[in-house]
Design a protein around this ligand. Structure first.
Ligand code: ADP
Ligand code: MG
Ligand code: MG
Ligand code: MG
Length: 420
């Protein structure tokens, strides 16, 4: 019954659709004559419409059986929107403050209707404009701790978790994109790759020929493939976050799948670090962006420490799932408490190492691979842009080729702080 749609909604077909859905019709009221529809999507894959009249303002997200950027050339199943909706619902159960309200989902039309976020803007754009988000680190670390812990074996009943893992394991098409675009193509010769040439040729070839670095990325990919630790957003970059100074909302988890917790944390940190390096190009006579740059590094430190604190709190509060819970650990004594503390400590230490690894991988793939980010791509001057991209690549390559274990997030950020 999942009839693939041939084309996007337009104003007429969307109005007719609203009229046919009592729940939506009620939100917009009896008079649909003043309903306005604007396509606002800026993503690669889907269509997003701002639909409003004097009574309501909603966002309609539609997945067609091809990617938006390809104009129909690249086929994709519409089912991705069902995975997105299921993930949003699960995250809303765990961290409702950080998820837009979902009003409606229609499998056949491949359409999801959600709260229109306003005056929230895409975080990437706010950061390019030098807007500070003092509450973001607290918000996103809460979101990450609650969603990752809450969908892990520390919290979930094993049977329930296996059902969820099985459901999201069917999101194969988008996982294949992640595997190819993040872990494969940037680290080998591929027609999909694109970088500022010839300025970066030497740096890129050195990365692609560095065995230690490639083995580290292969290990991170292996963990992505095999570790169904928690339900990931799996596309948690600063373009998937809409916010104001006071509110943070996570959107667009269509890549959702069970995977290593470090993946979500690392992708986010990698994107924030790319923005940090790009700030250099936004400096003006009035604002050299030096303070803003430092605030980005501080934000990354605060995200990590906030996550550790909140995750540890959830862990200590009591594990309700299948892991470290029902083998008699409840009858705690001093030695058990100490031993379990060591388990948590080691777990979080490994999480730090892997998060750093995914952050570095993301920084390389956004510079060398198919999908770049506007933070850097908007820098028009080739030489200026290449200088920044080179710093991003050198920072990330250094991390991936070193067997070093980082003691803290600050130690990891130190070379970025030094980079002038
Ligand atoms: P895609 O999967 O194609 O990347 P997104 O879910 O990221 O689609 O949405 C594309 C754009 O649409 C976002 O960058 C944002 O500007 C806008 N958008 C998406 N959801 C909302 C919303 N709930 N409220 C307001 N704007 C939204
Ligand atoms: Mg998006
Ligand atoms: Mg987008
Ligand atoms: Mg998307």
């Amino acid at each position: 019954a999942n009839q693939p749609l041939a084309k996007a909604f337009n104003e007429e077909t969307l109005k007719r659709y609203i009229a046919s859905q009592p729940h939506l019709h009620q939100i917009f009221g009896n008079d649909l004559s003043d309903v306005r529809v604007d396509e606002i999507g800026d993503g690669n894959l889907n269509f997003v419409f701002f639909v409003t009249n004097k009574q309501a303002a909603l966002a309609f997200k539609q997945a067609l059986p091809y990617s938006r950027m390809s104009g129909g050339a690249r086929a994709l199943t519409c089912e991705r929107l069902a995975f997105e909706t299921a993930a949003l619902r699960e995250f809303a159960r765990l961290a409702p403050d950080y998820i837009p309200h979902i009003h409606h989902f229609d499998t056949e039309q491949s359409l999801m209707v959600m709260e229109f976020l306003s005056p929230h803007i895409i975080m990437r754009k706010g950061m390019i404009d030098g807007v500070e988000y003092p509450k973001f680190a607290d918000h996103i670390s809460t979101y990450l701790a609650k969603c990752l812990y809450g969908t892990s074996d520390f919290a979930l009943d094993p049977s329930k978790k296996r059902e969820m893992v099985a459901y999201f394991a069917r999101n194969v098409e988008l996982c294949e994109i992640t595997e190819r675009l993040i872990f494969n193509e940037p680290f080998m010769a591929s027609d999909s790759n694109r970088w500022t040439s010839p300025a970066l040729d030497e740096t890129v070839h050195a990365i692609q020929n560095n065995l230690a670095l490639k083995l580290r990325v292969a290990d991170l990919k292996y963990k992505f493939l095999t570790r169904s630790e928690a339900l990931l957003h799996a596309d948690l970059h600063s373009g998937s976050i809409m916010l104001t100074e006071d509110e943070t909302k996570v959107i667009d988890p269509e890549f959702a799948v069970f995977g290593p917790m470090a993946f979500d944390i690392g992708i986010l940190i990698g994107n924030l670090l790319i923005n940090y390096y790009a700030q250099e190009a936004y400096a003006t006579a009035e604002n050299d962006r030096a303070a803003y740059r430092l605030s980005v590094l501080k934000m990354i430190e605060d995200i990590w420490s906030g996550f550790i604190e909140k995750f540890s709190h959830l862990w200590h509060e009591g594990r309700t799932g299948g892991a470290y819970s029902d083998q008699g650990f409840a009858q705690t004594n001093g030695a058990t408490v100490t031993a379990l503390d060591t388990v948590l400590h080691d777990y979080l230490d490994n999480l730090l190492q892997d998060s750093i690894g995914y952050a570095a991988t993301e920084m390389i793939r956004r510079t060398v691979g198919r999908a770049h980010v506007i933070d850097v791509d908007m820098i028009k001057d080739d030489e200026n842009r290449a200088g920044i991209e080179k710093k991003i690549l050198q920072f990330a390559a250094q991390i991936l080729q070193s067997p070093k274990k980082y003691k803290s997030i600050a130690e990891f950020l130190e070379p970025a702080k030094q980079a002038k």
